[in-house]
Ligand binder design. Structure first.
Ligand code: PXP
Length: 244
């Protein structure tokens, strides 16, 4: 993997398909384009309500892609079973609330530690790398290390919202929180990733943080693909990440 990598989240290809319950646009074609465009990985979020990605999508993508596959999932028994069956290269554990439009925050590792530890151990025993989706809070990142996670994905949603409201002092403050968390996590031996709400205009300051390794990006890439095509949308984002 290059120093900074891009894992393309394909959930919203499936969102468009599910809007009409058709069999297009094809998630497998999208996965092929990710490879052609030089993405470093593919991410799918199998939500408990299956609103976009379905179990079958995960099975097919697992079979056909040559890229490292990350499964985003809630820390539940059902999802653990699915992960162990499909064996993605990595799992990112995320909190999930049924009514949310999208993931609204990081896991709270001060709660449910036994359950999360059990899931981390089960995945790692099966050679699946484990990443925890967390707010940029050092105490949470420290607990991730103690629970033996391999990586942390910092939730960049708040940063993205502040950026879009054009609130420079506030978004710089949040950017600093992300930077300090990334440095802290890397120093204690975690791979530090970032994701959520990242788009073509707010990605540069994040990509300049040397401690961040992987960027998990979906909505903005699929949105841009409407105008420029998926291959170009991925190439443009990968370029911004690799050369910020
Ligand atoms: N990372 C995590 C943990 C997520 O839940 C999501 C959304 O599914 C993403 C990254 C991608 O976010 P976006 O679609 O806003 O790029």
């Amino acid at each position: 993997m290059p120093m900074r990598s891009l894992s393309v989240n394909l959930d919203h290809i499936a969102t468009i398909r599910e809007a009409r319950k058709t069999n297009y646009p094809s998630i497998t074609t999208a996965a092929g384009i990710c490879e052609v465009a030089g993405a470093d990985g593919i991410t799918l979020h199998l939500r408990e309500d299956r609103r976009h990605i379905k179990d079958r999508d995960l099975e097919i993508i697992r079979e056909i892609t040559l890229l490292p596959l990350t499964l985003e999932m809630a820390p539940t028994d059902e999802m653990l079973e699915i992960a162990l069956k499909n064996k993605p290269d990595a799992v990112t554990l995320v909190p999930e609330r049924r009514m949310e439009i999208t993931t609204e925050g990081g896991l709270d590792l001060t709660k449910n530690q036994d359950k999360i530890k059990f899931i981390i151990d089960s995945l790692k025993k099966n050679h699946i790398k484990v990443c925890l989706f967390l707010e940029p809070i050092k105490e949470q990142i420290q607990i991730a290390k103690e629970l033996n996670a391999d990586a942390v994905e910092i939730h960049t949603g708040r940063y993205a919202n502040l950026f879009d409201r054009f609130n420079p002092s506030k978004y710089e403050e949040e950017l600093n929180r992300i930077k300090e968390s990334a440095v802290f996590g890397k120093n204690i031996g975690l791979q530090m990733n970032a994701g959520h709400g990242i788009h073509y205009h707010n990605v540069r300051p994040l990509a300049k943080i040397e401690e961040l390794s992987e960027f998990s990006i979906g909505h903005s890439i699929v949105s841009r693909s409407i105008f420029v095509g998926l291959e170009r949308a991925i190439r443009e984002m990968a370029e911004l990440i690799r050369n910020p």
